[in-house]
Ligand binder design. Structure first.
Ligand code: SF4
Ligand SMILES: [Zn+2]
Length: 333
């Protein structure tokens, strides 16, 4: 039987897995843990339009609960050089990760090459940065460099300038920055989404060591899901993600990457279905090599994607043309 929200123990991690990532210019083993905390402060006010984390957080999670989650983490840790800790919110928000827990985590992972966590800018101050160890990378969910898109379409609750300010501060403190950008926020034409992502990469590059492009994955109980169910939103094409990389590769001094969640499904970034695996593998290869030659994929749906870009421009709509015009109404689950 599926676990309900109330039955999720605050003493256990949401999940933990091992994967690969980059550290010191080479591919290394990484451990990823998702902690259960009191949740994102912004999600409690309604949150961002594409974020499903409102349903992921708990209330009343104590220091003792979090220490138990750290114990669980340490029992699975096998000395991976890269450790990524996510909280479905901000690691530097003391309401989510109180200082004693934070300090224990820093001690436990003092020997690893990279320790990455996410934070909203309001929790990043000069004072806090002074307390962080030098192996830290802070991930900033900037999403876009367009202030209007950030406010109206994403409802982020801060501005691109806030990200630039804290990104610059993090770098000055000798730490690393991974910036997340969102490919195709709601209400945006696919073609415009490509241009906007390219502009955002250029904006973020000066204060980022890495830029990770996250194509929208339609999460449950979100505003984006409502639009998607009505046929008013299509997750981006993998061709669009590849296009962003092709346009940016070699033009910025930071690593470009993407590891899309839900890739190849109707809710995630997808092409025709036949070439999705191959295209996603190409994206993964490029994320390590930075070599555009690794993006060479072909499929007959490349023509459909080009037609999609020009049709939506002609019709002036960001609705899902695959469904609205193609006639193949797909029942979404
Ligand atoms: S995307 Fe990040 S900042 Fe926005 S509501 Fe979700 S967890 Fe909070
Ligand atoms: Zn295809």
């Amino acid at each position: 039987m599926a676990q309900t929200r109330d039955r999720r123990s605050p003493r256990e991690l949401e999940t933990l897995w091992k994967e690969s990532d980059m550290s010191g210019g080479r591919k290394v083993d990484a451990m990823v843990a998702i902690m259960r905390t009191n949740g994102c402060v912004w999600a409690k006010t309604g949150g961002c339009t594409m974020c499903g984390y409102k349903t992921a957080s708990l209330t009343g999670v104590t220091v003792d609960d979090l220490m138990s989650q750290v114990d669980q983490m340490m029992s699975r840790y096998k000395g991976e050089p890269f450790v990524k800790l996510y909280t479905s919110g901000s690691f530097l928000d003391e309401n989510e990760v109180p200082v004693p827990v934070r300090e224990r985590i820093f001690r436990e992972f003092a020997g690893c090459e990279r320790l990455l966590f996410e934070s909203r800018p309001e929790f990043i101050t000069e004072e806090v940065l002074r307390t962080l160890p030098k192996n830290v990378t802070i991930a900033l969910g900037m999403e876009t460099s367009d202030p209007e898109v950030m406010e109206i379409s994403i409802r982020k609750g801060f501005t691109p300038e806030d990200s630039r300010r804290v990104g610059t501060m993090i770098k000055a403190a000798g730490l690393k920055v991974r910036t997340y950008l969102l490919l195709k926020p709601p209400f945006m034409l696919e073609g415009r989404a490509i241009e906007s992502a390219v502009e955002s990469v250029r904006f973020a590059a000066p204060f980022s060591d890495e830029i990770s492009i996250n194509p929208v994955n339609v999460q449950k109980a979100t505003y984006v899901e409502r639009l998607w169910k009505r046929g008013e939103y299509r997750s981006p094409w993998i061709w669009s993600l590849i296009e962003v990389f092709k346009r940016c590769a070699g033009t910025v001094d930071c690593r470009l990457m993407s590891s899309p969640s839900g890739g190849g499904s109707q809710r995630g970034v997808h092409n025709c279905g036949k070439c999705d695996r191959e295209a996603l593998d190409a994206v993964e290869r490029f994320s390590y090599s930075q070599d555009v030659k690794d993006l060479a994929v072909s499929c007959e749906c490349l023509k459909t994607w080009k037609a999609y870009l020009s049709s939506e421009l002609m019709l002036g709509t960001a609705s899902d043309l695959d469904r609205g015009i193609g006639g193949d109404l797909i029942v979404r689950k």
